[in-house]
Design a protein around this ligand. Structure first.
Ligand code: MG
Length: 283
């Protein structure tokens, strides 16, 4: 089922039971969602069929399967640097293998897009780890390409310029961006609206999330309900419209439930009113 541009959806947590996830979609009242990869016991052909059946029955289209890996932690910036994505060397091969397994699982459900945090891509292209990052990303993209699948890089841990250079250096047409404006703030990597303007043509999906800038070195900023942080969510929607963005608006709220579901319901109302009221000035 195609999802219309700017349709509001939600991000469902990594390693959550899909039965609870589909209930969450019903409570928030959305017709599309990004599904965090469920626990391993679901990653079978039968599991794929069962999850597809549940979501179809609820009238919810899964737009993306989001990868997450054992051992990733988001406590503070040094911990993220050490544990997240494909950059840490000790876990890289295992995580690439897991990514391809997740891709097969998504494909079995007819979902043609996966996404992940790559980890801290080195800002300096002469960093000895940089070519390995490029090569790792190519391997994943090349696996996905014959399946007609794409990979979304979650933003936040690097600047817009580094992200653009990485996309260019990887040079694969099925690599693009899942833009999370709050992450740019939480990680202190740059103004999200300026970043969105720079990378806009690669943005295929977004997370609607809000946050406040970090106040201490090495600490992440604070994630807050949509509309209460420093993103400027009205400017974010207006910029997406101006860029001709065609994807859904996926609400992400990374807190326990409660208050997660209630915050998502409020965020949905806010987004729908902004989408309706935001006029795009003629260029
Ligand atoms: Mg996100």
């Amino acid at each position: 089922m195609a999802v219309r541009p700017f349709a509001v959806g939600i991000m469902l947590g990594v390693h959550q039971d899909p039965r609870g996830s589909v209930e969450k979609c019903k409570k928030v009242g959305v017709n599309n969602a990004q599904l965090g990869v469920p626990p391993d016991e679901w990653l079978t052909l039968e599991g794929a069929r069962e999850v597809k059946r549940m979501f179809d029955e609820a009238g919810v289209t899964i737009t993306t399967v989001f990868c997450g890996f054992e051992g990733e932690r988001y406590d503070d910036i040094p911990t993220v640097r050490r544990t997240v994505g494909y950059v840490p060397e000790e876990t890289r091969e295992e995580r690439v293998r897991k990514t391809l397994q997740i891709a097969e699982w998504a494909y079995a459900m007819g979902v043609k897009r996966i996404a992940a945090h790559f980890g801290f891509i080195p800002e300096d292209p002469t960093d000895i780890r940089y070519p390995v990052c490029v090569e790792t990303m190519r391997r994943i993209c090349d696996y996905l390409l014959p399946k007609g699948m794409t990979f979304g890089l979650e933003t936040g841990q690097e600047t817009a310029d580094t992200l653009l250079r990485f996309l260019r250096d990887v040079g694969r047409k099925n690599l693009n961006i899942n833009f999370d404006p709050a992450n740019m703030i939480l990680y202190g990597t740059g103004d999200p609206i300026d970043a969105l303007k720079k990378v806009g043509k690669f943005v295929v999906s977004v997370h609607c999330k809000d946050g406040k800038w970090p106040t201490q070195p090495d600490q992440l900023g604070e994630e807050v309900p949509l509309g209460e942080g420093d993103v400027g969510i009205d400017r974010f929607i207006a910029t997406l419209k101006r860029l001709g963005y065609k994807g859904p608006l996926t609400i992400e709220r990374e807190v326990p439930d409660p208050p997660q579901t209630d915050d998502m319901i409020k965020a949905k109302a806010l987004l729908e009113s902004l989408v309706k009221s935001t006029k795009v000035k003629a260029r």
